[in-house]
Design a protein around this ligand. Structure first.
Ligand code: ADP
Length: 320
């Protein structure tokens, strides 16, 4: 293994840079040259890359986002796009490609892996934590901490004004972030796309809280549960309570990675290079019960990671 390619793709996540640094430095220590493709899969379509060296990746460990940039690339999804990307890998004699990204990027990586001799390894990096084969993705812990810090602040206002707040966190399809942020911020109600609940259930819960003497409540809702403004209106109509919606938005995607996100980036990056140097490819690196593990790229892409819905009951119990 002489030349290694690195690409960051899909939504950015804090810790992507830390993994670029880890891949580059570990690969360099094993005598490999590393090139970083720019702007996700587009870099493989346009053959745009820069050489990465141990020095060029200095000072990025603690920086959010990705120095390689990232875009979503509809062109890459076509047969022509995949063909062009495979050609770019061959032209540059890339023996191994490390793909740092989310589930969409891995579906792309899987598609590409079936059309190239280059070995492909995925490093899961996403604030959504929705990748099968790893208990945790790089960036998830940072996003949870960002959300909790904001929810704690919102709680101050909720208590002072005796109001109910709906705090919308990211998660169009999945509720991992909402669930973790909701539990750790002590939310009274958590709404996730995986478990649809009727509005009446929310009203009942808020009424029970009021009967117990709680004068304010926090509802943490994933963006994918529906129109959270509409839910706020319905609660207001039904209970007469003051309800406010606060959408946390893109702040959850950025910021300096937590130590936890950095550690995963270092461990996953190192493992990815080790696998490729042993000529093991078409795999995803992950964390499984506290140990660094690997799973096939195909299985990771085609299996839905389950959200532990029992945790909603625990959250209920802890918020009594
Ligand atoms: P994430 O990796 O954060 O989940 P996306 O779902 O947007 O982000 O995927 C990133 C990119 O991966 C897409 O813009 C597209 O180029 C590529 N991709 C996604 N799904 C596929 C697929 N089924 N086949 C080929 N490429 C894909």
């Amino acid at each position: 293994m002489k030349t290694l390619g690195v690409v960051t793709s899909g939504g950015d996540a804090p810790g992507m840079n830390a993994s670029i640094r880890a891949v580059t430095r570990v690969a360099h220590s094993r005598g490999m040259k590393v090139i970083g493709f720019k702007r996700g899969w587009e870099g493989l379509l346009a053959n745009t890359f820069e050489q990465l060296t141990p020095r060029s990746v200095g000072g990025i460990l603690e920086v959010g986002g990705t120095i390689l940039y990232t875009v979503r690339s509809p062109r890459f999804k076509t047969e022509k796009g995949i063909e062009k990307a495979a050609e770019t890998l061959a032209t540059n004699n890339v023996d191994g490609l490390v793909v740092i990204g989310g589930d969409g990027s891995f579906r792309g990586a899987h598609h590409l892996s079936r059309n190239t001799d280059t070995l492909v390894v995925g490093i899961p990096a996403s604030i959504d934590n929705d990748i099968f084969g790893t208990d945790e993705t790089i960036g998830f812990d940072t996003a949870v901490n960002t959300a909790v810090t904001e929810i704690d602040k919102i709680r101050d206002t909720a208590i002072s004004h005796e109001r109910t707040f709906i705090v919308e966190v990211m998660g169009r399809q999945r509720g991992f972030l909402a669930l973790a942020a909701g539990i750790t911020a002590g939310a009274e109600v958590i709404l996730v796309p995986e478990r649809k609940i009727r509005h009446t259930e929310i009203f009942e819960k808020l009424e029970q809280n009021e009967a117990k003497g709680k004068k304010s409540s926090i509802i943490v809702a994933a963006e994918g549960v529906g129109d959270n403004r509409e839910i706020a209106n319905r609660i207001r109509e039904r209970t007469g309570a003051e309800v406010r919606l606060s959408v946390l938005g893109y702040a959850q995607r950025g910021g300096s990675p937590t130590a936890r996100s950095r550690l995963l980036a270092c461990l996953f990056g190192s493992k990815a290079v080790e696998l490729l140097s042993k000529k093991h490819g078409n795999l995803v690196v992950g964390l499984c019960l506290g140990k660094i593990a690997t799973i096939s790229l195909e299985k990771s892409c085609t299996t839905r990671k389950a959200l532990d819905l029992d945790l909603l009951q625990l959250a209920n119990l802890l918020a009594t």
